[in-house]
Design a protein around this ligand. Structure first.
Ligand SMILES: Cc1cc2nc3c(=O)[nH]c(=O)nc-3n(C[C@H](O)[C@H](O)[C@H](O)COP(=O)(O)OP(=O)(O)OC[C@H]3O[C@@H](n4cnc5c(N)ncnc54)[C@H](O)[C@@H]3O)c2cc1C
Length: 511
């Protein structure tokens, strides 16, 4: 008989681990993760986790800031749930042992980031994600949750319009195997690796989104890719561009052109703390105007001790590359950073396919709308993972007759990853054009046609990257306006009649 568990979780970032530690009390949980346990976007989050703790803050303010960033597409019910459920869950992480920075008393030291009207970013200096990942992994271990490393989920098993589990690559036998589950929970993170320049680590190939798409689930709002305005120019570390957290601008960092002229006041009354889409577009516009491949970020006017203490990772990493940020500016460029769209879910993290849940960055809860407010993503992952676990206190068990051994020969597909990344960087970037998007669609269609149907064993990630690129391009072409993170020169204004999510699915109900 094939293996069967109650809850099968794919991914060991904040979303998968939070869900697992909470669902453990009412069922057997198994986590599969494609590399090492800690290989995740979570591990690299620097700035922090937004939550209402400040005396001058309120839920209403956090909700208003989130919805303002979302440019009319945030779902109010999801935003309200995220904001109001956040503080106890963040406090829980602290009590589990997350070393969040505190003021002299015991209150959290709250950071400020673009788009937030109050200080509300709970952080562990500039290595918040590392702390969260460390503590959640320890907690999972203590609870006896099995995390199976180096196991790659390849595709979902869908029968009679219901998700029954997954096909995955068994690291030992190198063959495709199956695991059945009462609920399959995708927590596979984002898809930054669809682009050449990205802050995301190599695991972020959009696998969950591509698998759910192939299985017929609704995928929403993929045109809204957040580009972080400030990644270090021309330097990569383990397959990702190194991010200079927005918190650097929160603490006084100023964007300048190569000849030292500050420029953000030209683009927004909020200056250097304008929302990320505005800052990213401003950087690209200034790069084009000054014919430069980068702009500069300068924090050197703050005291050296403050910089070293507040941003130890950024300080040390830049220094290794010969940039002393206490004395000189950092050359920066925008890089793909966060996937706002994803597998469409309701406020209990249920997708449109029964028994399939999606959490964290691979999901689209509707919270971010057309633009994610900084540091809301860790919060979103935490809150909706806890809610999915709550929902799954009552699940119907799969009937035994559905659990069948499948022998699935794995297919070998081509590797188009680099080609897709170059295409996306060139034509589906911060500033888009109709012609560029149409060209990208034509190229991607040609690549997609070269993958056979069925489960892919070799170059599975490349196929996922092609599928996700297709979803981004298709969604971008459907949105005939500029809103939030999606900017297209032919439709440069927001159109108030188009304030709806972009939803795409394959309508395949069985594989
Ligand atoms: C550099 C950087 C800085 C950031 N800073 C912040 C910040 O300050 N605040 C904030 O709120 N957000 C921040 N973000 C975003 C935030 O970190 C992510 O949105 C969040 O961590 C996503 O969590 P997740 O659990 O959904 O996915 P991840 O943490 O990415 O975890 C995904 C997991 O799925 C596994 N996986 C993927 N595909 C498969 C497969 N096919 N089979 C098996 N396993 C698979 C991966 O190995 C990994 O374990 C940042 C992101 C980056 C890259």
């Amino acid at each position: 008989m094939p293996r069967k568990v109650d809850f099968l979780v794919i991914g060991s970032g904040i979303a998968g681990l939070t869900f697992a530690t909470k669902a453990k009390t009412h069922g057997e949980v198994l986590i599969l993760t494609k590399k090492n346990k800690a290989d995740s976007n979570t591990n690299y989050a620097q700035g922090g986790i937004a939550s209402v703790f400040g005396d001058d803050d309120s839920f209403a303010r956090h909700i208003a800031d989130t919805e303002k960033a979302g440019e009319g597409l945030s779902h109010p019910d999801a935003v309200k749930i995220m904001v109001t459920s956040g503080p106890p869950l963040v406090q829980e992480l602290y009590e589990l042992g997350c070393r969040f920075s505190t003021d002299e008393g015991s209150a959290f030291e709250l950071g400020k980031e673009g788009g937030h009207t109050r200080r509300r970013i709970v952080h562990a200096k500039d290595f918040t994600g590392y702390e969260i990942e460390r503590v959640l992994l320890e907690s999972a271990k203590k609870s006896g949750i099995v995390i199976s490393e180096n196991e790659i989920a390849l595709d979902l098993i869908v029968k009679d319009n219901e998700c029954l589990g997954i096909y995955y690559l068994d690291a030992i036998t190198k063959k495709i195997d199956t695991i059945y589950a009462d609920a399959t929970v995708l927590a596979t993170g984002g898809a930054g690796q669809v682009y050449l320049h990205t802050t995301n680590p190599p695991i972020a190939t959009g696998d969950g989104i591509a698998m759910a798409y192939r299985a017929g689930a609704d995928i929403a709002n993929m045109e809204f890719v957040q580009f972080h305005p400030t990644s270090v120019y021309n330097l990569q570390i383990e397959g990702r561009s190194f991010l200079i957290s927005e918190a650097v601008r929160g603490e006084g960092g100023i964007l300048k052109t190569r000849d030292g002229a500050p420029f953000m006041d030209k683009y927004s009354p909020s200056g250097n703390l304008a929302p990320r889409d505005i800052v990213a577009r401003a950087c690209v516009s200034e790069m084009l105007r000054t014919k430069s491949k980068y702009v500069l970020l300068d924090i050197s006017h703050r005291e050296a001790d403050f910089i070293k203490n507040r941003f130890p990772t950024i300080y040390e990493t830049c220094l290794k590359w010969g940039i002393d940020i206490t004395r000189e500016s950092i050359p920066v460029v925008p890089a793909a950073h966060y996937t706002c769209g994803g597998i469409r879910v309701n406020t209990w993290a249920e997708s449109s396919v029964p028994r399939l849940f999606a959490l964290g960055e691979c999901a689209c809860t509707g919270v971010h709308g057309a633009n994610r407010l900084a540091s809301n993503s860790l919060l979103e992952a935490l809150v909706f993972a806890a809610r999915a676990a709550e929902r799954l206190k009552t699940t119907k068990t799969l009937t035994a007759s559905k659990i069948l051994k499948h022998d699935m020969p794995g297919k070998t597909g081509p590797n188009f990853t680099l080609q897709v990344k170059e295409l996306m960087d060139q034509h589906v970037n911060v500033i888009r054009t109709q012609k560029g998007l149409e060209h990208a669609r034509e190229v991607i269609q040609g690549l997609e046609d070269q993958f056979e149907d069925g489960i892919h064993l070799i170059n599975a990630e490349s196929r996922n990257i092609v599928n996700v690129a297709r979803l981004i391009i298709e969604s971008a072409l459907r949105r005939k306006e500029s809103r939030g993170l999606h900017y297209i020169t032919e439709y440069a204004e927001k159109d108030s009649t188009l304030g709806k999510d972009t939803i795409i699915n394959t309508n395949i109900v069985s594989n």
